[in-house]
Each structure stands twice: as structure tokens, then as C-alpha cells.
Design a binder for this molecule. Structure first.
Ligand SMILES: Nc1nc(O)c(N)c(N[C@@H]2O[C@H](COP(=O)(O)O)[C@@H](O)[C@H]2O)n1
Length: 150
């Protein structure tokens, strides 16, 4: 039997705590990031001043726009490291927020899906053709949470 799917995308909708746009700060190496989106987007750059500019962004949308700008050079190894950067962001979010642990565990064995036609890498592309990497990384985190690794 196919598992049920839990879809998420907008922070103010069901399972919204699972999106990177949810207003849940994480602390990484002594710095507080307003959302996992802020942290993820800033890691695209070696330029420390620009990373700080992203950290100071008022909203995750603004952080994403800054992270997608190519006015500042992208770190050359970004494609190789981006999944691990996302794993780190999600692991910290899970470790630091009981509410996220509760929501993740409440999903049981459901398939977690970032449902959006706007993203075919982190999301499912809207029609299931996308890679759904964010959903996969959240499911990895859920397994680790259950086994006590997280
Ligand atoms: N909830 C939500 N709202 C949006 O408007 C989004 N674009 C996303 N997607 C997140 O965007 C990040 C990927 O950014 P890049 O395309 O690599 O710059 C990643 O956190 C997606 O989950 N989510």
C-alpha cells in the first residue's frame, strides 16, 4: 500500500513548521539565524559581509531573494555541498525546537512533500516530477529522531 503524503509549503498552513520559511530561529556556531531559509541562503557565499546581510534580512523571502542574486559570486562548490547544508539546517531546527519534533513525529510514516510547482529540486515540482529533496531530508531527520540520533 502507498503511504499517505503530508504536503507543506506555506508557513501559515498545515504542517507549515516544516517549511524553511517558518519563523523558527536556529543557532549555529554562536550565530542566530531567524529562519532555516536565512541560514541556507547565506551558506551560498564565502563573502562574510554578504552572509551577514542575509542574516539580517527582515523576512525569509528577502533572504531568499538575496541568496538568489548573482551580484555576489556563488561559492564554486555550492552544487556539491548544498544538500549537506540543508541537512545541517534541518538537524538544527529539529534539535532546537520541540514543536518541530512534535510535528515531525506526528506524521508517522507519511511521505513528506514540499508541494510546489515553483521548485523541482527541493520541492515536488507541483506534479510529483520534482526531486523533493527537502521532503527527503525531513524524512531522514524523522528517522534519526526516532532512533535517537537526533
Ligand atoms: N515555503 C517556501 N516559500 C517559498 O517561496 C519558497 N521558495 C520555498 N522554497 C525554499 O526555497 C529554498 C531553495 O532556494 P534556492 O532555489 O536553492 O535558492 C529551499 O529552502 C526551499 O525549501 N519555500
Amino acid at each position: 500500500m502507498n503511504p499517505t503524503s503530508v504536503c507543506f509549503y506555506k508557513p501559515n498552513e498545515a504542517f507549515g513548521l516544516l517549511t524553511n520559511f517558518a519563523r523558527l530561529p536556529i543557532e549555529v556556531e554562536g550565530k542566530v539565524w531567524p529562519t532555516t531559509e536565512h541560514y541556507f541562503q547565506a551558506q551560498k557565499f564565502h563573502d562574510e559581509a554578504y552572509r551577514e546581510c542575509i542574516r539580517a534580512a527582515e523576512t525569509p523571502r528577502e533572504a531568499a531573494d538575496l541568496g538568489r542574486s548573482r551580484d555576489v559570486p556563488l561559492r564554486p562548490d555550492w552544487e556539491e555541498i548544498k544538500d549537506d547544508v540543508m541537512r545541517r539546517a534541518i538537524a538544527e531546527k529539529v534539535r532546537q525546537h520541540q514543536s518541530v519534533r512534535d510535528v515531525l513525529l506526528s506524521t508517522g510514516d507519511s511521505l513528506l512533500v514540499e508541494h510546489t510547482p515553483r521548485d523541482s529540486y527541493w520541492g515536488n515540482g507541483g506534479d510529483g516530477s520534482g526531486k523533493n529533496m527537502l521532503g527527503k531530508i525531513l524524512m531522514e531527520a524523522r528517522s534519526k529522531l526516532r532512533s535517537g540520533e537526533l
